[in-house]
Design a protein around this ligand. Sequence first.
Ligand code: FAQ
Length: 333
Amino acid sequence: MYTQALNAGAAERETPFVEDAGAAARFQARIDAEERIEPNDWMPAAYRKTLTRQISQHAHSEIVGMLPEGNWITRAPSLRRKAALLAKVQDECGHGLYLYAAAETLGTSREEMVDALLEGRAKYSSIFNYPTLTWADIGAIGWLVDGAAIMNQIPLCRCSYGPYARAMIRVCKEESFHQRQGYEIMLTLCRGTPEQKAMAQDALNRWWWPCLMMFGPPDSQSQHSDQSTKWKIKRFSNDELRQKFVDATVPQGHYLGLTFPDPDLRFNEETGHWEFGEIDWDEFRQVLAGNGPCNRERLAARRKAHEDGAWVRDAAAAYAEKRRARTEMKVAA
Ligand code: FAQ
């Protein structure tokens, strides 16, 4: 069934069909009626393109996102922490695989998407280009990075494209566990020795601003937002989700007894929101351009993993070929 969907996508890509206004209007009417779009349904080429872009970037983020935390698996402070971190990193891998599968239903193969990542043509989340310097960073990633990911992904469970929306339901459940394990690490450190609390504070200081950047450029500079909102891929704007995240997270930080590295952070009684200072968008642009603290290291690690795994892919392909030949022989007999 999966292959059928893929082939259908590929065939449609190759078929030169006219995108007449009627088809586009009927498509928009389905979206407005909250109908789900499925792989074999007609869709505008631009809808297919933007979803392939977003879902594949999301998949790459999950896979590259294994690296900063994977760095601490062998150095986790107890067996319990090691088991939880190992499970979390495996979950991220699973999320990447569901997402590549969801993106493939739009007609681009996983190989094409992975090549784009390895050749530096595809983006992945800026957040994974920062280093994990201490164990407290594992707490901060779970609490803040997974917290930001959940805030962004819960609305994606209602995205108009069926395979993406369905994948997001399971992903969000798992991210919720990740967020709690991160917060629990932070809580333990904050209730520990002064040195442990200082480690937690230092991690919050380093991860806070990059986490706010995860939500993407300000609405005024978000080139895809208007169209993606119209197509109900996006349900909230980048700035709306960023504000929701700040409002949810600041009280959690205060409960830990930590401070935020933002002198302009203050609660506005009238609006009921936490106001925050100016984000360094130049830093964000630099990270997207490949000049973040770990961009080169991350891509080098992914390329090495891909090369090291070549024999597994070859063996799987040879096994599949053997099974196919065996089935053909049985059918012929
Ligand atoms: N980093 O016009 P917009 C996770 C790009 S998963 C890098 O606003 P859009 C789980 C954007 O792609 C984290 N690039 O774009 C985990 C576009 O470039 P393009 C990933 C960014 O799509 C936890 C350009 O800027 N989550 O953390 C970023 O409407 C722990 C203009 O931007 C997702 O991918 C960025 N932060 O809105 C794993 C969620 N922001 O393509 C391991 C799905 C923007 O034109 C450990 N994605 N750009 O070359 C989305 O919701 C959206 O794509 C946004 C961006 C909100 C990220």
